[in-house]
Design a protein around this ligand. Structure first.
Ligand SMILES: Cc1cc2nc3c(=O)[nH]c(=O)nc-3n(C[C@H](O)[C@H](O)[C@H](O)COP(=O)(O)OP(=O)(O)OC[C@H]3O[C@@H](n4cnc5c(N)ncnc54)[C@H](O)[C@@H]3O)c2cc1C
Length: 333
């Protein structure tokens, strides 16, 4: 049997449901097709299960895009405050974690419910696999549950991350099929792996500034069994030129490490070397002192200033040797 709609949307995630709601409000008949059994599975795991649904200071410069102007017009048309107003209209309790960063107080499920309510009047079909799409006068979408015809087609099957949650490259393939330019995909927001992992430091976290050239993020970093993660690392990973390109990591952000270490030597000449790094977590301080100074029993007074300066440089501008990233294998076509 064949059905006909003004708009067919592939993907019932955040983008597909927002598009559905907006098209429906404009008076269109809308069908949303998704191969998953339920909508918005990625939303459910977002923000640690509480969905970081917007950032009040989001600006075009915060987005990576081949077209710098796109985000400018997108954000001018729909602002973070507009989404916050929508959240409040749906009586969803929210909280500000760090400045401007807004999360659901209860659960990311509240955002999925909001989107479903907004998309009322649209036909949502789950467990529906798309076999092929062709275009004559209208788009003909062949699914395992029959043909769907639509005047307009919106591709919203999302990014490639987490295939276990249903991610596929369907939209990318269809975009290519219909001659739309496609930017090559690269993993973003991924933990990095170290050439020589430091499992003994796993779980140690500290604030750092991680940078690549002029771009830098001051935020948390955490040592993992295989490498480095935490918000500063995840964010800077999107700016790497290839998975082996290491960021520069300052482990004492906002502090002149050389001056700070010099002052500690002066104030505590009889202390042992790890106390030079008293601002760092203890396990990390011992590890760095051991590796760069060797003898941990001497007193600070006996440490030449040159070695302290070298240690400060190592802390303020660490370039880790990387073996790659934790990016997952891509879904198969
Ligand atoms: C661990 C994690 C945490 C995150 N935290 C946040 C956060 O806190 N805040 C935030 O804004 N973003 C967060 N994100 C990103 C967020 O998940 C995405 O920005 C958002 O889900 C993208 O929406 P989308 O609609 O483009 O894609 P998706 O939400 O992935 O939706 C795509 C839909 O298409 C369907 N689909 C895929 N292939 C097919 C196919 N072949 N046939 C039919 N249907 C198909 C899928 O089943 C899915 O329902 C996080 C992502 C991850 C992985």
């Amino acid at each position: 049997m064949s059905y006909s709609f003004d708009v067919a949307i592939l993907g019932a995630g955040a983008a597909g449901l927002m598009a559905a709601a907006s098209a429906r409000k404009g008076g269109a008949s809308v069908v949303v097709l998704d191969h998953a059994a339920e909508p918005g599975r990625k939303i459910l795991i977002s923000g640690g299960g509480r969905c970081n649904f917007t950032h009040l200071d989001a600006k075009a410069e915060n987005f990576l895009s081949a077209n710098r102007h796109f985000m400018r017009s997108a954000l001018a048309g729909y602002t973070p405050r507009d989404f916050l107003a929508l959240v409040e209209r749906h009586d969803i309790a929210w909280e500000e974690k760090t400045e401007g960063q807004l999360f659901c107080r209860q659960s990311a499920r509240d955002i999925v419910s909001l989107l479903l309510r907004e998309a009322e009047g649209c036909e949502l079909r789950f467990n529906t696999s798309v076999r092929s799409v062709t275009k004559g006068d209208v788009f003909c979408i062949q699914t395992d549950a029959g043909e769907v015809r639509a005047t307009n087609l919106i591709l919203a099957t999302g990014g490639l991350s987490i295939p276990k949650l249903g991610a596929t490259d369907l939209s990318l393939r269809l975009a290519r099929q219909f001659g739309l330019p496609v930017v090559p995909t690269v993993p973003g927001l991924v933990p990095l792996t170290l050439e020589t992992p430091l499992p003994e430091l796993a779980g140690v976290s500290l604030p750092v500034r991680a940078s690549m050239g002029k771009i830098g993020f001051t935020d948390g970093m955490v040592f993992t069994h295989r490498g480095l993660s935490g918000p500063a690392i995840l964010q800077i990973s999107s700016y790497q030129n290839g998975p082996l390109d290491p960021p520069l990591i300052d482990m004492m952000p906002g502090v002149d490490a050389r001056e700070a270490l010099g002052a500690i030597k002066k104030a505590r000449p009889r202390a042992e070397p790890p106390s030079l790094l008293q601002e760092l977590p203890q396990r990390l301080a011992r590890h760095i002192a051991q590796n760069s100074l060797g003898d941990l029993t001497c007193t600070l007074a006996n440490l030449p200033d040159k070695r302290i300066a070298d240690l400060a440089a190592q802390i303020a501008s660490w370039r880790p040797r990387l073996s790659g990233t934790e990016a997952m294998p891509r879904p198969r076509s």
